[in-house]
Structure formats: C-alpha cells, structure tokens
Ligand binder design. Structure first.
Ligand SMILES: *Cc1c(COP(=O)(O)O)cnc(C)c1O
Length: 402
C-alpha cells in the first residue's frame, strides 16, 4: 500500500508547560504539598486554582478534588442523593459515571441516546416518570452537548436536580454559555486524557453556597474550609460542618501548580483541538458510508476526540475494519465489541447495576467508532489518519452492504 503507516501515539499528551514544572518544583522544595499547609493569609496553589477556575468558568464557587469521579460522587451526595435513590444518566458514558452513582448507594437508571450521541429527551421524560427519579447526572459523553435549553426546560418540568458531567466538555459552550453552568453543578476531570492534565484530579463548580459548603466538607476540608479560593463565607458552614462527613478526596498543591498554567493556555488548546477534529470530520463526512454526528450551530465543542458511525455494520465487518486500522497504526475504539477493552466499556459490562434494556443505544453503539486526537498530532498526521479510515471503510464496508 502506498500510504505510509501512521506511527504516532494516540495516548501521547503534550508535556506539562515549563511554567507548571517550575511551580511544581517550588511546591516540592517548600515541602508543603497539602493544600491546607499554608501560613496565615497565604494562598496555596489549590486555593489559587479554585479562584482562577471559578472565574474562567463563570461560576460563583469552585472546589478542587482528587478526581472527576470524586467530583461527581461528592456532587450527588451534596445535592441530597440517598442510598436507594434512582439517578438518571446517559446509557452511553464512561464507567466512572455509573460508578459515582453506585458509590453513593444509588441506582443508575440508564437513558437512551440519539444517533448524534446525546441524551434522548423523550426517553429521559419516560424514564423519569417510570422511576420517580429526582436526580439526573447528565454526561456530555465525548463532548456532545444536547439542546441545553430544551434539557433545562424538561428538567424543571420533571423537578430534576441536574448535575453535569463535563469531563469531555471543559471549555465547550452552548449559545455562548459554558457547559457545567446549566445544571446545579458542573463536574470536571483533570485526569491525563482530558483537557487539563494533572495525572488525576477534579473540579466541581456551582452557584449554590450551601451545596458547595457540603461538598467542601465532604471533600475532606476538616475545619479549614475557609482556606478555599472560591468558597462561600464561613457563616454558611455553621451547621453544615457538623452535619457532613469527611470523605477525604482533596486535591494537593502539586497538581494545582501543574494545572494553573494549563488553564491559562486552554483557549489556544481548544482551537488546536478543533482544527484537528474538523479536518478529520470533514474528510470522513465526504464518504457516503460514514455518518459523522451532527453538531448544532449553538454548540461550541472541544474536539479532543472524534466519533463516526457506520450504521448497520455487521460485527464481522467491524472487526475487519478494526484489524485493518490496527495494521496501519490507527487506534480506533469500537463500542460494539462484546467485551470491554482498555478504557472502553458499555452498560452490558456494568453488571453491578443490573441489566437494563436499551435497544436504541445498543443499535447505535454497534456501529460507533471513536478516536482520540491528542495535540501531539499535527494536521498532516490527522489527514493521514482520516485517509486510512476512508481506505479501511472502502475495503471493508461495501462487502457488508452487498
Ligand atoms: C474521565 C471521565 C470522567 C471522570 O474521570 P476520572 O478519571 O475520575 O477523573 C467522568 N466522565 C467521563 C465521561 C469521563 O470520560
């Protein structure tokens, strides 16, 4: 074959900016890695990150925590979810989402998705009524935003408390409003493969003072809750500090130090991701066999990954496609596989939540392919990857349709 094999790594992120490395070294030299290890009136790296993130996100409050999964678990608990409660969530999401719901002893109720990979609002309404759920953990899986005005109106009508999982939408907006600011709270991850990288880490935002006070105590603030960069005033804590358990899920100063310079550069990174994403999307969309999910004009996404569908593809053809792409060095994930691989699992492999019937989602996942687009890829890399996918589809897919 004339086309060269692709040799880049789909899991290679950019290095930490030198400024972040220097700040991390300074924290290590000080020996004061714990976020509350500060002198009087001194601002720790964790406090500064909370202040800067709240300001950038446009939220009143921000709490830095140990992971995105912990941000969601703390948010559910702080919002009042109790053991045994039903919590609605997307049937297509990543394992930490049903994990967070199960972590608070609640029961995930999975809602169908549409072929644009967003929540199906009709099924949301039906499942809310059927289950009596009062909570909805909305996962903007792979960065696809549903119609956020319609969702907000439906949530109000159904009396749902909406918590947004923004692991893939940090920096995305709907009609100019940031993802994470529509629901009661926004949950973000700073795990290596997300839009900011501190290895592990999470951020929780909200405009509700009592909610964030409960979350802060839950995160393990002891009685040091005043040492926060974007928290409510001390009076908010007068009962909450005595009524709320400490679940130790703090972020440390080392991670915060690494994150702050990345946050300052995030808008440029988003533009770089979208240039890569849009180049691949445009090339793939030219193939009549491939369906690229529709992106509404109201949505300003962050294209840190790309999804495409081969509707109706057989398992056999999908496996051939995967084998072809692996051969040419293109690491694509297929959500229709029987067994979970790497980071990818679907609701069939979450046996702890019980089997739920999701025929529409299953049909979509059977033909859904997904690929990361790290910023270490050049635009030429992206063009080569897209051409390999087009070749692979041309070789494999027509057989299936014949
Ligand atoms: C990564 C991710 C999270 C949070 O992950 P952590 O590894 O716990 O930070 C939540 N939701 C989705 C959809 C994710 O991909």
């Amino acid at each position: 074959m004339a086309r060269p094999r692709f040799t880049g790594s789909f899991t290679q992120q950019l290095p930490i900016p030198e400024e972040g490395i220097a700040a991390a070294v300074a924290v290590m030299r000080s020996g004061r890695l714990h976020r509350y290890n500060t002198g009087v009136g001194e601002e720790s790296e964790a406090m500064a990150l909370e202040r800067e993130y709240a300001s950038w996100q446009g939220a009143r409050f921000c709490l830095a925590v140990a992971s995105g999964g912990q941000a969601m678990q703390i948010a559910l608990r702080a919002a009042g979810v109790k053991a045994g409660d039903a919590v609605l969530t997307n049937a297509f999401t990543l394992a930490p989402v049903p994990g967070a719901i199960s972590g608070v002893g609640a029961k995930p109720v999975l809602v169908e998705i549409t072929e644009d990979l967003v929540i199906d609002l009709a099924d949301l309404e039906a499942k809310a009524k059927l289950s009596g759920a009062r909570y909805f953990l909305l996962s903007h899986m792979r960065g696809h935003l549903c119609d956020m005005e319609a969702l907000t109106a439906l949530g109000a009508k159904l009396h749902l408390t909406v918590i947004e999982d923004c692991a893939h939408t940090m920096g995305a907006t709907w009609n100019g409003r940031r993802s994470g600011s529509f629901g009661h709270a926004g949950c973000f991850s700073t795990q290596t493969y997300k839009h900011l990288n501190s290895g592990e880490g999470g951020l929780l935002t909200s405009d509700d003072a009592e909610f964030i006070a409960r979350a802060t105590i839950l995160s393990g603030s002891y009685m040091l809750y005043e040492r926060h960069g974007a928290g409510p005033d001390a009076a908010t804590y007068s009962d909450i500090r005595l009524d709320t358990p400490n679940m130790s899920a703090r972020m440390d100063n080392l991670r915060a130090a690494v994150l702050r310079p990345q946050l300052r550069a995030i808008e440029a990174d988003i533009d770089a991701w979208n240039a890569r994403h849009d180049l691949v999307a445009e090339k793939l969309a030219a193939s009549p066999a491939i369906r690229v999910p529709h992106r509404p004009a109201a949505e300003h996404y962050v294209g840190s990954s790309i999804q495409f569908l081969l509707p109706g593809i057989s398992s056999e053809a999908a496996r051939k496609l995967m084998a072809y792409l692996a051969d040419v060095g293109v690491e694509v994930k297929w959500f229709g596989a029987n067994l979970p691989v790497g980071f990818t699992s679907d609701h069939h492999s979450w046996r702890y939540i019980g089997q739920q019937k999701l025929p529409r989602t299953d049909e979509i996942l059977a033909g859904l392919f997904d690929m990361r687009l790290p910023l270490t890829f050049s635009l030429d890399d992206c063009a080569l990857i897209a051409d390999h996918i087009l070749d692979a589809v041309a070789v494999v897919y027509p057989e299936d349709r014949a």
